[in-house]
Design a protein around this ligand. Structure first.
Ligand SMILES: [Zn+2]
Length: 390
Protein backbone atom coordinates (compact mmCIF):
# COMPACT_ATOMS: atom_id res chain seq x y z
CA UNK A 1 0.00 0.00 0.00
CA UNK A 2 2.85 2.36 0.82
CA UNK A 3 4.37 1.59 -2.56
CA UNK A 4 1.06 2.47 -4.19
CA UNK A 5 1.01 5.89 -2.48
CA UNK A 6 4.32 6.80 -4.04
CA UNK A 7 2.85 6.15 -7.44
CA UNK A 8 -0.07 8.50 -6.85
CA UNK A 9 -0.58 10.91 -9.69
CA UNK A 10 -0.69 14.67 -9.17
CA UNK A 11 -3.21 15.18 -11.97
CA UNK A 12 -6.51 13.76 -10.81
CA UNK A 13 -8.74 12.68 -13.65
CA UNK A 14 -12.39 11.64 -13.15
CA UNK A 15 -14.37 9.18 -15.18
CA UNK A 16 -16.85 10.95 -17.44
CA UNK A 17 -19.63 8.48 -16.50
CA UNK A 18 -19.14 7.78 -12.77
CA UNK A 19 -17.09 9.42 -9.98
CA UNK A 20 -14.16 6.99 -10.08
CA UNK A 21 -10.79 8.63 -10.62
CA UNK A 22 -7.27 7.65 -11.58
CA UNK A 23 -6.51 7.60 -7.84
CA UNK A 24 -8.03 4.12 -7.75
CA UNK A 25 -5.14 1.71 -8.17
CA UNK A 26 -4.89 0.03 -11.59
CA UNK A 27 -7.98 1.81 -13.01
CA UNK A 28 -7.72 2.50 -16.73
CA UNK A 29 -9.68 4.84 -19.06
CA UNK A 30 -10.64 4.68 -22.73
CA UNK A 31 -10.14 7.59 -25.13
CA UNK A 32 -13.51 9.06 -24.13
CA UNK A 33 -12.45 9.22 -20.48
CA UNK A 34 -14.67 6.30 -19.42
CA UNK A 35 -13.22 4.08 -16.67
CA UNK A 36 -12.94 0.32 -17.12
CA UNK A 37 -15.64 -0.35 -14.48
CA UNK A 38 -18.10 1.72 -16.56
CA UNK A 39 -16.99 -0.03 -19.75
CA UNK A 40 -17.72 -3.37 -18.10
CA UNK A 41 -21.04 -2.08 -16.70
CA UNK A 42 -22.12 -1.15 -20.22
CA UNK A 43 -21.56 -4.75 -21.31
CA UNK A 44 -23.32 -6.01 -18.16
CA UNK A 45 -26.44 -3.98 -18.88
CA UNK A 46 -26.49 -4.17 -22.67
CA UNK A 47 -24.66 -6.99 -24.35
CA UNK A 48 -24.02 -9.94 -22.05
CA UNK A 49 -26.59 -12.69 -22.56
CA UNK A 50 -27.51 -13.51 -18.96
CA UNK A 51 -29.75 -16.41 -19.91
CA UNK A 52 -26.76 -18.07 -21.58
CA UNK A 53 -24.62 -17.34 -18.54
CA UNK A 54 -27.16 -18.96 -16.20
CA UNK A 55 -27.13 -22.00 -18.45
CA UNK A 56 -23.36 -22.18 -18.01
CA UNK A 57 -23.84 -22.00 -14.26
CA UNK A 58 -26.35 -24.83 -14.38
CA UNK A 59 -23.87 -26.95 -16.34
CA UNK A 60 -21.18 -26.17 -13.80
CA UNK A 61 -23.50 -27.10 -10.92
CA UNK A 62 -24.47 -30.33 -12.73
CA UNK A 63 -20.80 -31.22 -12.86
CA UNK A 64 -20.24 -30.73 -9.13
CA UNK A 65 -23.66 -31.56 -7.59
CA UNK A 66 -23.38 -34.32 -4.99
CA UNK A 67 -25.63 -37.36 -5.10
CA UNK A 68 -25.15 -38.47 -1.52
CA UNK A 69 -26.12 -35.31 0.37
CA UNK A 70 -22.55 -34.16 1.01
CA UNK A 71 -21.59 -30.51 0.53
CA UNK A 72 -20.79 -29.75 -3.09
CA UNK A 73 -20.03 -26.03 -3.17
CA UNK A 74 -18.30 -23.76 -0.69
CA UNK A 75 -19.55 -20.20 -0.30
CA UNK A 76 -17.40 -17.79 1.72
CA UNK A 77 -19.78 -15.60 3.71
CA UNK A 78 -20.01 -12.76 6.17
CA UNK A 79 -23.77 -13.13 6.42
CA UNK A 80 -24.02 -9.98 4.28
CA UNK A 81 -26.46 -9.32 1.46
CA UNK A 82 -24.17 -10.61 -1.30
CA UNK A 83 -23.35 -14.00 0.19
CA UNK A 84 -27.05 -14.37 1.18
CA UNK A 85 -27.91 -13.91 -2.49
CA UNK A 86 -25.25 -16.33 -3.76
CA UNK A 87 -25.88 -19.12 -1.24
CA UNK A 88 -29.65 -18.87 -1.49
CA UNK A 89 -29.70 -18.99 -5.28
CA UNK A 90 -27.24 -21.90 -5.39
CA UNK A 91 -29.30 -23.87 -2.89
CA UNK A 92 -32.83 -23.12 -4.06
CA UNK A 93 -32.47 -22.36 -7.79
CA UNK A 94 -29.58 -24.68 -8.63
CA UNK A 95 -30.26 -27.41 -6.03
CA UNK A 96 -26.75 -27.37 -4.62
CA UNK A 97 -25.78 -28.14 -1.05
CA UNK A 98 -23.52 -25.29 0.03
CA UNK A 99 -21.14 -25.28 2.96
CA UNK A 100 -20.71 -21.66 3.97
CA UNK A 101 -17.56 -20.46 5.68
CA UNK A 102 -17.33 -17.28 7.66
CA UNK A 103 -14.00 -15.88 8.82
CA UNK A 104 -15.05 -13.55 11.61
CA UNK A 105 -14.58 -9.80 11.42
CA UNK A 106 -12.37 -8.08 13.99
CA UNK A 107 -15.30 -6.70 16.01
CA UNK A 108 -18.80 -7.92 15.16
CA UNK A 109 -21.48 -5.29 14.92
CA UNK A 110 -24.79 -6.23 16.52
CA UNK A 111 -26.55 -6.13 13.13
CA UNK A 112 -23.79 -8.15 11.44
CA UNK A 113 -23.99 -10.89 14.06
CA UNK A 114 -27.81 -10.99 13.87
CA UNK A 115 -27.68 -11.28 10.07
CA UNK A 116 -25.11 -14.08 10.24
CA UNK A 117 -27.27 -15.99 12.72
CA UNK A 118 -30.26 -15.62 10.38
CA UNK A 119 -28.08 -16.79 7.51
CA UNK A 120 -27.22 -19.97 9.44
CA UNK A 121 -30.96 -20.75 9.73
CA UNK A 122 -30.78 -21.63 6.04
CA UNK A 123 -27.26 -22.87 5.42
CA UNK A 124 -24.66 -25.09 7.06
CA UNK A 125 -22.18 -22.51 8.25
CA UNK A 126 -18.73 -22.75 9.76
CA UNK A 127 -18.06 -19.58 11.73
CA UNK A 128 -14.42 -19.32 12.68
CA UNK A 129 -13.23 -16.72 15.17
CA UNK A 130 -9.45 -16.77 15.43
CA UNK A 131 -8.57 -15.70 18.97
CA UNK A 132 -8.85 -12.00 19.53
CA UNK A 133 -5.62 -11.71 21.51
CA UNK A 134 -3.48 -12.39 18.47
CA UNK A 135 -5.89 -11.03 15.84
CA UNK A 136 -6.13 -7.64 17.58
CA UNK A 137 -2.33 -7.38 17.69
CA UNK A 138 -2.05 -8.27 13.99
CA UNK A 139 -4.68 -5.61 13.31
CA UNK A 140 -2.70 -3.02 15.25
CA UNK A 141 0.52 -3.86 13.39
CA UNK A 142 -1.25 -3.68 10.02
CA UNK A 143 -2.77 -0.31 10.94
CA UNK A 144 0.48 1.18 12.29
CA UNK A 145 2.71 -0.07 9.51
CA UNK A 146 0.45 -0.07 6.46
CA UNK A 147 -2.55 2.07 7.42
CA UNK A 148 -4.72 -0.95 6.65
CA UNK A 149 -6.53 -2.44 9.67
CA UNK A 150 -8.23 -5.05 7.48
CA UNK A 151 -5.07 -6.87 6.45
CA UNK A 152 -5.19 -9.82 8.87
CA UNK A 153 -8.88 -10.30 8.19
CA UNK A 154 -8.20 -10.21 4.47
CA UNK A 155 -5.52 -12.92 4.77
CA UNK A 156 -7.85 -15.22 6.68
CA UNK A 157 -10.78 -14.54 4.40
CA UNK A 158 -8.64 -15.45 1.37
CA UNK A 159 -7.03 -18.53 2.91
CA UNK A 160 -9.42 -20.19 5.30
CA UNK A 161 -12.24 -21.08 2.84
CA UNK A 162 -9.65 -22.75 0.61
CA UNK A 163 -8.31 -24.77 3.55
CA UNK A 164 -11.83 -25.86 4.52
CA UNK A 165 -12.61 -26.83 0.91
CA UNK A 166 -9.54 -29.06 0.94
CA UNK A 167 -10.41 -30.62 4.31
CA UNK A 168 -14.01 -31.30 3.25
CA UNK A 169 -13.05 -32.41 -0.24
CA UNK A 170 -15.19 -29.72 -1.93
CA UNK A 171 -13.93 -28.93 -5.42
CA UNK A 172 -16.09 -25.93 -6.17
CA UNK A 173 -15.81 -22.52 -4.46
CA UNK A 174 -18.17 -19.69 -5.35
CA UNK A 175 -17.27 -16.11 -4.45
CA UNK A 176 -19.65 -13.21 -5.07
CA UNK A 177 -18.50 -10.45 -7.37
CA UNK A 178 -15.49 -10.23 -9.63
CA UNK A 179 -14.13 -7.08 -8.02
CA UNK A 180 -11.99 -6.11 -10.99
CA UNK A 181 -15.11 -5.99 -13.12
CA UNK A 182 -17.54 -4.40 -10.68
CA UNK A 183 -15.23 -1.78 -9.15
CA UNK A 184 -12.66 -1.42 -11.93
CA UNK A 185 -8.91 -1.61 -11.97
CA UNK A 186 -8.16 -4.95 -13.58
CA UNK A 187 -9.25 -4.98 -17.17
CA UNK A 188 -7.54 -8.29 -17.95
CA UNK A 189 -9.63 -10.20 -15.43
CA UNK A 190 -12.96 -8.46 -15.92
CA UNK A 191 -14.48 -10.97 -18.29
CA UNK A 192 -13.33 -14.07 -16.48
CA UNK A 193 -15.56 -16.55 -14.69
CA UNK A 194 -12.78 -18.08 -12.70
CA UNK A 195 -10.07 -16.88 -10.39
CA UNK A 196 -6.93 -18.92 -10.93
CA UNK A 197 -4.78 -20.01 -8.04
CA UNK A 198 -1.94 -17.83 -9.29
CA UNK A 199 -4.27 -14.81 -9.21
CA UNK A 200 -5.31 -15.63 -5.65
CA UNK A 201 -1.69 -15.80 -4.52
CA UNK A 202 -0.93 -12.59 -6.37
CA UNK A 203 -3.91 -10.89 -4.73
CA UNK A 204 -2.58 -11.90 -1.31
CA UNK A 205 0.87 -10.53 -2.12
CA UNK A 206 -0.57 -7.30 -3.50
CA UNK A 207 -1.12 -6.02 0.04
CA UNK A 208 2.14 -7.11 1.64
CA UNK A 209 4.62 -9.43 0.00
CA UNK A 210 4.72 -12.17 2.63
CA UNK A 211 1.17 -11.75 3.92
CA UNK A 212 0.69 -12.48 7.60
CA UNK A 213 4.37 -13.41 7.96
CA UNK A 214 5.33 -9.80 7.31
CA UNK A 215 3.03 -8.74 10.16
CA UNK A 216 4.46 -11.50 12.31
CA UNK A 217 8.07 -10.42 11.72
CA UNK A 218 7.25 -6.80 12.54
CA UNK A 219 5.26 -7.85 15.61
CA UNK A 220 8.13 -9.95 16.98
CA UNK A 221 10.66 -7.21 16.28
CA UNK A 222 8.49 -4.67 18.10
CA UNK A 223 7.83 -7.16 20.91
CA UNK A 224 4.09 -7.03 20.33
CA UNK A 225 3.91 -10.70 19.37
CA UNK A 226 5.55 -13.70 21.02
CA UNK A 227 8.38 -15.15 18.93
CA UNK A 228 7.08 -18.67 19.53
CA UNK A 229 4.34 -17.88 17.03
CA UNK A 230 6.98 -18.24 14.35
CA UNK A 231 7.93 -21.77 15.34
CA UNK A 232 4.62 -23.53 15.10
CA UNK A 233 1.71 -23.68 12.71
CA UNK A 234 -0.39 -21.42 14.84
CA UNK A 235 -0.96 -18.76 12.18
CA UNK A 236 -1.52 -21.22 9.35
CA UNK A 237 -5.19 -20.26 9.25
CA UNK A 238 -4.05 -16.91 7.84
CA UNK A 239 -1.82 -18.51 5.19
CA UNK A 240 -2.76 -19.86 1.80
CA UNK A 241 -2.00 -23.56 1.51
CA UNK A 242 1.00 -24.59 -0.60
CA UNK A 243 0.18 -24.08 -4.26
CA UNK A 244 1.19 -27.69 -5.10
CA UNK A 245 -1.28 -29.06 -2.50
CA UNK A 246 -4.11 -26.95 -3.92
CA UNK A 247 -3.26 -27.98 -7.46
CA UNK A 248 -3.52 -31.63 -6.51
CA UNK A 249 -6.89 -31.01 -4.89
CA UNK A 250 -8.32 -29.75 -8.24
CA UNK A 251 -10.36 -27.03 -6.52
CA UNK A 252 -11.82 -24.36 -8.81
CA UNK A 253 -12.89 -20.88 -7.71
CA UNK A 254 -15.57 -18.94 -9.59
CA UNK A 255 -17.31 -15.57 -9.37
CA UNK A 256 -21.10 -15.63 -9.15
CA UNK A 257 -21.19 -12.23 -10.87
CA UNK A 258 -20.01 -13.89 -14.07
CA UNK A 259 -23.16 -16.00 -14.24
CA UNK A 260 -25.86 -13.62 -13.13
CA UNK A 261 -26.27 -9.86 -13.39
CA UNK A 262 -24.67 -8.48 -10.24
CA UNK A 263 -26.50 -5.47 -8.82
CA UNK A 264 -25.71 -4.85 -5.13
CA UNK A 265 -28.99 -3.02 -4.52
CA UNK A 266 -30.96 -5.97 -5.94
CA UNK A 267 -28.91 -8.39 -3.82
CA UNK A 268 -30.00 -6.41 -0.79
CA UNK A 269 -33.71 -6.62 -1.71
CA UNK A 270 -33.29 -10.33 -2.41
CA UNK A 271 -31.62 -10.95 0.98
CA UNK A 272 -34.30 -8.90 2.72
CA UNK A 273 -37.09 -10.85 1.04
CA UNK A 274 -35.70 -14.37 1.40
CA UNK A 275 -33.60 -14.21 4.56
CA UNK A 276 -35.10 -11.29 6.45
CA UNK A 277 -31.76 -9.50 6.16
CA UNK A 278 -31.65 -6.28 8.16
CA UNK A 279 -29.80 -3.04 7.47
CA UNK A 280 -28.11 -0.68 9.90
CA UNK A 281 -30.40 1.73 11.76
CA UNK A 282 -28.82 4.64 9.95
CA UNK A 283 -26.41 5.08 7.05
CA UNK A 284 -22.82 3.89 7.57
CA UNK A 285 -20.31 6.65 8.29
CA UNK A 286 -18.41 7.78 5.21
CA UNK A 287 -21.19 6.88 2.80
CA UNK A 288 -24.90 7.20 2.08
CA UNK A 289 -25.90 3.51 2.22
CA UNK A 290 -26.99 1.39 5.17
CA UNK A 291 -26.80 -2.09 3.65
CA UNK A 292 -23.18 -2.72 2.59
CA UNK A 293 -20.24 -3.97 4.70
CA UNK A 294 -22.18 -4.02 7.96
CA UNK A 295 -20.53 -6.71 9.99
CA UNK A 296 -17.28 -5.19 11.28
CA UNK A 297 -16.86 -2.12 13.48
CA UNK A 298 -13.53 -1.62 11.69
CA UNK A 299 -15.23 -1.02 8.32
CA UNK A 300 -15.48 2.74 8.71
CA UNK A 301 -11.84 3.10 9.73
CA UNK A 302 -10.74 0.95 6.81
CA UNK A 303 -12.55 3.15 4.28
CA UNK A 304 -11.38 6.31 6.06
CA UNK A 305 -7.76 5.16 5.68
CA UNK A 306 -8.38 4.48 2.01
CA UNK A 307 -9.50 8.12 1.75
CA UNK A 308 -6.38 9.29 3.59
CA UNK A 309 -4.02 7.23 1.44
CA UNK A 310 -5.65 7.36 -1.98
CA UNK A 311 -7.87 10.42 -1.79
CA UNK A 312 -11.18 8.67 -2.42
CA UNK A 313 -13.56 7.14 0.12
CA UNK A 314 -16.44 4.76 0.44
CA UNK A 315 -19.07 7.17 -0.90
CA UNK A 316 -17.04 7.48 -4.13
CA UNK A 317 -17.05 3.70 -4.63
CA UNK A 318 -20.71 3.22 -3.72
CA UNK A 319 -22.01 6.23 -5.66
CA UNK A 320 -20.08 5.01 -8.71
CA UNK A 321 -21.77 1.61 -8.46
CA UNK A 322 -25.21 3.23 -8.22
CA UNK A 323 -24.49 5.43 -11.26
CA UNK A 324 -23.39 2.41 -13.27
CA UNK A 325 -26.52 0.49 -12.27
CA UNK A 326 -28.71 3.46 -13.24
CA UNK A 327 -30.07 4.35 -9.78
CA UNK A 328 -28.60 7.85 -9.59
CA UNK A 329 -27.17 10.41 -11.99
CA UNK A 330 -23.52 11.42 -12.06
CA UNK A 331 -24.52 14.82 -10.67
CA UNK A 332 -26.22 13.18 -7.68
CA UNK A 333 -23.13 11.02 -7.18
CA UNK A 334 -20.90 14.10 -7.10
CA UNK A 335 -23.11 15.61 -4.40
CA UNK A 336 -23.06 12.39 -2.34
CA UNK A 337 -19.27 12.26 -2.53
CA UNK A 338 -19.03 15.88 -1.41
CA UNK A 339 -21.39 15.17 1.49
CA UNK A 340 -20.02 11.90 2.84
CA UNK A 341 -16.62 10.89 1.46
CA UNK A 342 -13.98 10.78 4.17
CA UNK A 343 -16.41 11.46 7.02
CA UNK A 344 -14.50 10.90 10.25
CA UNK A 345 -15.36 7.44 11.69
CA UNK A 346 -16.02 8.51 15.27
CA UNK A 347 -19.03 6.28 15.97
CA UNK A 348 -17.10 3.17 17.05
CA UNK A 349 -13.67 4.72 17.23
CA UNK A 350 -13.12 4.33 21.01
CA UNK A 351 -13.94 0.64 20.84
CA UNK A 352 -11.76 0.18 17.77
CA UNK A 353 -8.81 1.95 19.44
CA UNK A 354 -9.27 -0.16 22.60
CA UNK A 355 -9.26 -3.24 20.40
CA UNK A 356 -5.97 -2.23 18.76
CA UNK A 357 -4.57 -0.91 22.06
CA UNK A 358 -3.75 2.45 20.50
CA UNK A 359 -4.24 5.81 22.23
CA UNK A 360 -5.99 8.71 20.49
CA UNK A 361 -2.87 10.86 20.11
CA UNK A 362 -0.99 7.96 18.61
CA UNK A 363 -3.94 7.25 16.33
CA UNK A 364 -3.89 10.71 14.75
CA UNK A 365 -0.12 10.50 14.27
CA UNK A 366 -0.54 7.22 12.39
CA UNK A 367 -3.33 8.66 10.24
CA UNK A 368 -1.21 11.68 9.27
CA UNK A 369 1.75 9.45 8.46
CA UNK A 370 -0.25 8.00 5.58
CA UNK A 371 -1.36 11.29 4.01
CA UNK A 372 0.36 11.75 0.69
CA UNK A 373 1.68 15.31 0.21
CA UNK A 374 0.61 15.02 -3.40
CA UNK A 375 -3.00 14.73 -2.25
CA UNK A 376 -3.24 16.75 0.96
CA UNK A 377 -2.44 20.30 2.03
CA UNK A 378 -2.53 21.72 5.54
CA UNK A 379 -3.75 25.15 6.57
CA UNK A 380 -3.30 25.77 10.28
CA UNK A 381 -4.39 22.52 11.85
CA UNK A 382 -6.74 21.56 9.07
CA UNK A 383 -5.98 19.03 6.35
CA UNK A 384 -7.66 19.44 2.99
CA UNK A 385 -7.69 17.33 -0.13
CA UNK A 386 -6.16 19.22 -3.04
CA UNK A 387 -8.67 17.86 -5.53
CA UNK A 388 -12.43 17.86 -5.49
CA UNK A 389 -14.80 15.85 -7.59
CA UNK A 390 -16.74 17.82 -10.21
ZN1 LIG B 1 -16.62 5.16 -14.50
Amino acid sequence: MVRAINKITTRVKYCTKCVNSNLRPRLTFDNKGVCDACQYAFKKHNSINWKEREKLLKELCDKYRSKDGSHDVLVPTSGGKDSCFVAHRLKYDFKMNPLCVSWAPAIYTEIGWQNLKKFSNFFDTIIYIPNREVHSKLTRIAFEEFGDPFQPWHYGQQSYPLQIAMKHNIKFIMYGENQDAEYGGGKKKQLKAEETLAERYENQRYRVKKGVDTLLEIGIRKKILNKNLKKNKYLDDYRLPKISEVKNSKIKTYFFSYFTKWIPQHNYYYAQKHLNFKTGLSRSQGTFTSYTSLDDKLDELYYFMQYIKFGFGRATSEASIDVRDGFISRKEAVNLVKLYDGEFPDQDLNEVLDYMNIGKKEFFKIVDKFRSKKLWSKTGKKWKLKHIVY
